[in-house]
Design a protein. Structure first.
Ligand code: UD1
Length: 342
């Protein structure tokens, strides 16, 4: 099978490429290399097209003759501030639109797998002891300043308990990147409906593992903590460290992509380990595996845009893709303490 991997020189895309080539697929990578200081090492058999998704000619060349597309390229992370909005929309919405148009012009109806994210849900799912399932409103600065980090019931103000998010939860993007991921999903599903292609959106939870990019304004917390440890500093845990995430190993995420490429299933599913942990837990586990010297510090700082708990239900991915994460939290984090970063 000839597979186009957009963003195939990147963190997740690179692991997808390794697995595809290892099983003998013919792989073409379209990557702008914008996130790379030096040329990345790709397997010899891979055809690399250096180009941006907004570059029509490069995209046209990249889609030629492919049987399946794995769309990983995107501007990721939270960015610096709202000033990034135009760049995110141009790269993620505009880039995806360009890719889909090139596929349309080629009458492509093969498999399309797109990288999405748990950020499409906004806050996760919550339950009030009194009022049952409720939606958590964005947290307010005065509460956070006072150290009240748990979202509160919109009806009675009580602290809420989290529950794991199924895929049919309402989409509620709360930052620009999240909004572009919702749009990427919607455009891709529309393409599927028009072309007959089976389209699968994988909503990644917090991915970590070897070759994760180092600390930048666009990096996730695992990379920030790992970079701090390497620089001899303590990981700085925001809020009270009780915020919950699902950390899923990049090897598992790459495997989920191959499973999705091999199936004629249309839909969106969570790609998660199914083993939630707090950020405080993650910092302690990683720091302990790195050295005995730099235990994390809990700072009480907060970022207004952050959500408190996002924990996924991994059930749909198991049912539809036969995907179950294989790398456990302790094993994965212990290895990550020594894994090379990019
Ligand atoms: C992250 C990604 C998001 C991706 C999603 C799923 C970023 C910025 N966010 O969202 O793009 O789609 O995972 O893979 O890449 N924290 C600290 N100390 C720090 C930095 C962060 O305690 O130095 C805390 C934050 O307050 C937050 C948690 O760690 O509670 C997670 O932060 P982060 O990884 O940045 O964002 P996510 O919301 O999990």
């Amino acid at each position: 099978m000839r597979v186009l991997v957009t963003g195939g020189a990147g963190f997740i895309g690179g692991h997808v490429v390794d697995r595809l080539t290892a099983r003998g697929d013919d792989v073409v990578v379209l990557d702008s290399l914008a996130a790379h200081e030096k040329k990345p090492a790709l397997p010899d058999s891979v055809e690399l097209i250096v180009g941006d998704l907004r570059d029509e000619q490069a995209v046209r060349r990249a889609v030629e003759g492919v049987d399946a597309v794995c769309h990983q390229a995107a501007r990721v992370g939270l960015g610096v501030d709202f000033d990034d909005v135009a760049a995110y929309v141009a790269d993620n919405d505009g880039g995806t639109a360009n890719l889909l148009r090139a596929l349309w012009r080629r009458s492509f109806s093969g498999r399309l797998v797109v990288a999405s994210s748990m950020v499409v849900y906004g806050e996760g799912r919550y339950r009030c002891r009194e009022h049952g399932d409720v939606r958590a409103e964005p947290r307010r600065a005065p509460d956070l300043d006072a150290g009240r980090f748990e979202p509160r019931c919109p009806r009675c103000g009580a602290d809420l308990a989290w529950a794991s998010v199924p895929e049919d939860a309402p989409l509620d993007p709360r930052n620009v990147y999240a909004a572009t991921k919702v749009h990427t999903e919607h455009l891709s599903f529309l393409y599927g409906r028009e072309s007959g292609a089976a389209v699968c959106a994988l909503r990644y939870h917090n991915v970590y593992g070897p070759r994760m990019p180092r600390d930048t304004p666009y990096a996730g917390v695992a990379s920030i903590f790992r970079s701090a440890l390497e620089a001899g500093a303590a990981p700085r845990v925001f809020e009270d460290g009780g915020q919950t995430r699902d950390f899923v190993h990049v090897g598992d995420v790459a495997r989920a992509n191959l499973l999705a490429l091999d199936r004629e299933w249309t839909g969106a599913c969570n790609i998660a380990s199914g083993e939630p942990h707090t950020v405080g837990d993650m910092a302690r586990t990683l720091a302990a595996a790195f050295s005995e010297q730099h235990g994390p510090v809990v700072t009480g700082e907060y970022r207004l845009g952050d959500v408190r708990h996002v924990v996924a239900s991994p059930d749909l991915a198991a049912e539809k893709l036969d995907f179950r994460a294989e790398t456990g939290f302790a094993e994965g984090m212990t290895a990550f303490a020594r894994d090379p970063l990019r």
